[in-house]
Write a protein that binds this ligand. Structure first.
Ligand code: WTA
Length: 704
C-alpha cells in the first residue's frame, strides 16, 4: 500500500516547512545560570548514566515511581504487538487521584490554580487543592448521574481557559471516561467533526468567555458542533453548559430542552458528593487529542493512563524544573497537548501552583503578562516563540519596568530564532534564568528534545539533545543515519519507544502504523522495538555536540504560532465555496507567527467577482477550522502551475510566496502560468501590495 503520510521531503509533498526553513549559524554554548543550578531538581549530569540505551526500558521506572499506583505494574514495557507498545503493564491507577486525592494530606490549602480572568477588574481566583478536589467530585457525580457517563465513554470538551476546563478533564478521568478536549478557539464545525470521530454522546461547553475585551458567545458553537456531528451520524444526547458569570447566562443561543443542561443550576444537587476514583489499567486510554496530518481528516491521538502520566510528571519535574514552592505559568491553551501535559497532568501530579489566564496576552496592553507575573510572583514561564516575538515587538523594554522573578524560562512549539532567544534570556530573564527550548508533539505526550536546565549548556536556536531515555537519530530518505556535525538535514526519528508515546490513532490503527512507523521499519513482523523507529515528520540537523535543530515539518502540515494545521484541511474548507475550482495552500514565513497559510485558488468558469470569492474563502476557512487558520492572503489565479499529469505544483507556489527561486519549471505542463502568478504576487518594482490580504488579529498569537 502506498504510504499516505509517511512522506519525506520530495516524495509526495512538494513544499514543506523544512524546505523553506531559514538556516541560522551555529551559536556558542552558554552555561546555565549558577543561581538556577543551585536549586535545580537535577543539577548532576550523572543522571544521564541511568537513562542510557542499555538501561532501557527500566530507566523509566524512575518516572512511574513519582505516581501513586493502586496496584503496581509487573512489566515495564511489553512490545509483543510493536509498535503498539504497552507501558507499566499490570499496574492500575487513577489520574485524578494522582492529581488531587493524594495531595490532600499536605497541600489541601495550597492553590492548584490562580485563575486570572481577562477583565482586569475581576479578581484573581485561587482554587486550592481541596476546592479543586471538591469541584471535580461534584462535576464527576453530575456527569455520571445526569449524563450517564461511564468508564471508557468519550466526552468532548470545548472550553476556553477557565478553571472549569481542568475540572471537567479531571472529572472524566475520575470516572475512567476518555476526554477529548477541542481547543476553545476552534469553530463549532471543527468541534463537531471531532465529536463524530470520537463517538462522544456528551459535549461539555460554556455559555461565553472573554477574549480581547469581548464577551464571546460560545454556546452558539455547541449548536453548530452538534449539528455537524449529526451530519456525520453521531448523536449528542447531552450538552453540559458551564456559566462564565454564575449569576446570569452569557449567551443568546437557544436552549434545547432535554439536551442542554445548565451546570450551575444542576450542581447544587451534587454538593459534597464524593465519587471514588475508578482504578484504571495502566493501558486504559486517558484522553484523545486531535491533531492535523496529511489527509484532511484530523487524527485522534490516544494517550494511555500510566505511561502518559509517568512521562508527564517525570518531564515536568526535570525540564520545567517544578518545585513545590514555585508559581508556574504555562501560557499555552489547555486545548493543546502542551496544556494537557504541562498545565494539567504534570504540574498537578506534582502539587504545583499554576497561573491560568483566560485571555489574550496583550489585552488590554502588551504589559499585561508582566503585570500578572509581577503580581503573582511567577518563577517559571513557559510559552511559544510566537508569543515572545509578539511581546518583544509590542514593547521591547517592557519587562525591565517590572520586578520579575523568573528563574526558568521555557519554550515550545516552534523553532526559536537566536535573536528572540537572547531577548527572552536577557530582557525577560535578566540573564538570571535558565532557558530551555523543548521539542515534542501531540503524539509524543511530553518533551523529546531539550537541554536539562541545571545540567546542560544552553545553545540559542537549538532544542538540545534527546530527553532522558529518548534516543533521536536523523535518517535520510533511504533510512541511512546522517551522522552528527555534517550540517545535513534529514528526518528526525526516535530509535526507541518512551512512556509518553501515544497508543494509536482512535479508530484507525492502520493509519497509526502507516504514518509513524512504516517508513523506516526494518521488518513488519518484528516484535523488537529496535526495528520500529518513530518517524516524527520533522526535518532537523544534529550538530557535533548532539544538539538537534528543528527545521519544521516535512509533510503537509503548517505550524502557525506553534499550532498544527493540515494544508488538506484548509484546502477542503476552500472548496466548500461554490465558485472555487481548485485550491492549494502553502506555508509562508511570517515575522510573528513563524508561518502562516497562504491560499491560491482558481475559479470555476463564469464565477463572479474574484475579490468576493477570495473573502468568502477566507471566511470559510475561519468558520470550518477557526481563526487560527486565517490565511495571510488568498490569491486568485487564472491557472495553477501543474505537472503534465495534472498535479498542482505547490513547490512553485511556495517558492513564489516566500520570494524564493522557483527552480526548474521547464517540465511543467504550463510554465507560462508561473510568470503570471509572480506578477500577481509581486508586481514589478513595487513592494508587494496584497490586495486580498486577510490580516488576522495581529495581537493574537493564537495560543487559545
Ligand atoms: C513543531 C506541540 C521547533 C514541530 C508540543 C512538531 C517545534 C510540531 C518545537 C508539533 C520546537 C514543536 N522547535 N519546532 N521546540 N516544538 N515543534 O503536535 O514541527 O502541536 O512536529 O505539539 O510542532 O506540534 P504539536
Amino acid at each position: 500500500m502506498p504510504d499516505p503520510e509517511g512522506a519525506a521531503p520530495n516524495s509526495g509533498v512538494d513544499v514543506s516547512e523544512a524546505q523553506i526553513a531559514v538556516h541560522w549559524k551555529e551559536e556558542e554554548h552558554l552555561p546555565p545560570p549558577a543561581k538556577f543550578v543551585s536549586q535545580a531538581n537535577v543539577a548532576d549530569g550523572s543522571i544521564r548514566s541511568r537513562f542510557t540505551l542499555d538501561r532501557f526500558p527500566d530507566c523509566f521506572r524512575e518516572y512511574a515511581e513519582l505516581l501513586s499506583w493502586e496496584r503496581r505494574w509487573h512489566t515495564t514495557l511489553d512490545t509483543e504487538r510493536a509498535p503498539f507498545y504497552r507501558w507499566f503493564v499490570g499496574g492500575r491507577l487513577n489520574a485524578s487521584f494522582n492529581c488531587l486525592d493524594r495531595h490532600l494530606p499536605h497541600h489541601a490549602a495550597k492553590p492548584a490554580f490562580l485563575w486570572v480572568p481577562e477583565p482586569e477588574a475581576e479578581p484573581v481566583l485561587a482554587v486550592t487543592y481541596r476546592e479543586l478536589y471538591e469541584r471535580v467530585n461534584e462535576f464527576a457525580a453530575l456527569l455520571r448521574d445526569r449524563a450517564g457517563v461511564r468508564a471508557g465513554d468519550r466526552v468532548t470538551v470545548h472550553l476556553p481557559m477557565v478553571p472549569e476546563l481542568p475540572v471537567t478533564m479531571l472529572a472524566c478521568a475520575r470516572l475512567g471516561a476518555i476526554h477529548s478536549v477541542v481547543f476553545g478557539g476552534f469553530s463549532g464545525e471543527a468541534c463537531g467533526v471531532r465529536i463524530a470521530d470520537s463517538g462522544s454522546r456528551v459535549l461539555v461547553t460554556i455559555d461565553g468567555y472573554y477574549r480581547g475585551g469581548k464577551l464571546l458567545d460560545h454556546k452558539a458553537n455547541a449548536d453548530l458542533a452538534v449539528a455537524a456531528a449529526a451530519r456525520e451520524g453521531q448523536r449528542v444526547d447531552h450538552v453540559l453548559v458551564w456559566r462564565r458569570r454564575p449569576e446570569e447566562r452569557s449567551t443568546s443561543a437557544p436552549w434545547v430542552e432535554g439536551r442542554d443542561l445548565d451546570v450551575v443550576t444542576e450542581l447544587p444537587r451534587f454538593r459534597g458528593a464524593e465519587v471514588p476514583p475508578v482504578p484504571m489499567e495502566s493501558e486504559a486510554p486517558l484522553f484523545l487529542m486531535y491533531t492535523s496530518g496529511t489527509t484532511g481528516r484530523p487524527k485522534g491521538c490516544q494517550h494511555g493512563t500510566g505511561g502518559y502520566l509517568a512521562y508527564a510528571v517525570g518531564t515536568s519535574r526535570i525540564y520545567q524544573d517544578l518545585h513545590p514552592e514555585d508559581v508556574y505559568w504555562c501560557l499555552a491553551d489547555i486545548g493543546w497537548i502542551t496544556g494537557h501535559t504541562y498545565i494539567v497532568y504534570g504540574p498537578l501530579a506534582l502539587a504545583t501552583t499554576s497561573v491560568l489566564y483566560e485571555g489574550l496576552p496583550t489585552f488590554p496592553d502588551p504589559a499585561r503578562i508582566w503585570r500578572i507575573a509581577e503580581r503573582l510572583g511567577v518563577t517559571i514561564l513557559h510559552t511559544s516563540p510566537t508569543t515572545i516575538r509578539l511581546l518583544r515587538k509590542a514593547d521591547p523594554e517592557g519587562p525591565r519596568r517590572f520586578d520579575l522573578r523568573f528563574k526558568h524560562l521555557t519554550t515550545v512549539g516552534e523553532p526559536i530564532e537566536p535573536d528572540v532567544w537572547r531577548w527572552y534570556f536577557e530582557v525577560v530573564g535578566g540573564g538570571r534564568a535558565a532557558v530551555v527550548d523543548t521539542w515534542w508533539q501531540t503524539e509524543t505526550g511530553g518533551v523529546l528534545c531539550s537541554t536539562i536546565p541545571g545540567v546542560d549548556p544552553m545553545k540559542p536556536g537549538s532544542a538540545g539533545p534527546g530527553a532522558l531515555g529518548v534516543h533521536p537519530v536523523i535518517l535520510d530518505d533511504h533510512g541511512a543515519e546522517v551522522p552528527p556535525g555534517t550540517g545535513r538535514a534529514g528526518n528526525l526519528c526516535i530509535r526507541n519507544p518512551w512512556p509518553g508515546i501515544f497508543q494509536t490513532i482512535w479508530g484507525d490503527p492502520e493509519r497509526f502504523v502507516a504514518t509513524y512507523f512504516r517508513r523506516f521499519n526494518r521488518d513488519p513482523t518484528s516484535r523488537d522495538w529496535q526495528d520500529w523507529p518513530y518517524f516524527a515528520g520533522d526535518g532537523a540537523t544534529e550538530s557535533s555536540d548532539g544538539y538537534f535543530r528543528i527545521l519544521g515539518r516535512v509533510d503537509d502540515v503548517i505550524n502557525v504560532a506553534g499550532h498544527r494545521l493540515g494544508t488538506k484541511e484548509i484546502e477542503s474548507a476552500c472548496l466548500t465555496v461554490r465558485e472555487v475550482a481548485e485550491a492549494a495552500v502553502v506555508p509562508v514565513h511570517d515575522e510573528l507567527r513563524g508561518r502562516r497559510p497562504e491560499i491560491y485558488i482558481s475559479l470555476k468558469p463564469g464565477a463572479s467577482d474574484p475579490g468576493q470569492v477570495a473573502s468568502a474563502v477566507a471566511r470559510a476557512v475561519e468558520e470550518q477550522i477557526g481563526k487560527i487558520a486565517r490565511p495571510s492572503a488568498v490569491r486568485v489565479v487564472a491557472d495553477m502551475p501543474k505537472t503534465r499529469s495534472g498535479k498542482i505544483m505547490r513547490r512553485v507556489l511556495g517558492a513564489i510566496s516566500n520570494s524564493l527561486d522557483v527552480g526548474d519549471i521547464t517540465t511543467l505542463a504550463n510554465p507560462e502560468a508561473v510568470a503570471a502568478i509572480q506578477a500577481l504576487v509581486r508586481p514589478a518594482g513595487s513592494s508587494p501590495p496584497r490586495p486580498s490580504r486577510t490580516d488576522g488579529d495581529a495581537a493574537d498569537p493564537g495560543d487559545r
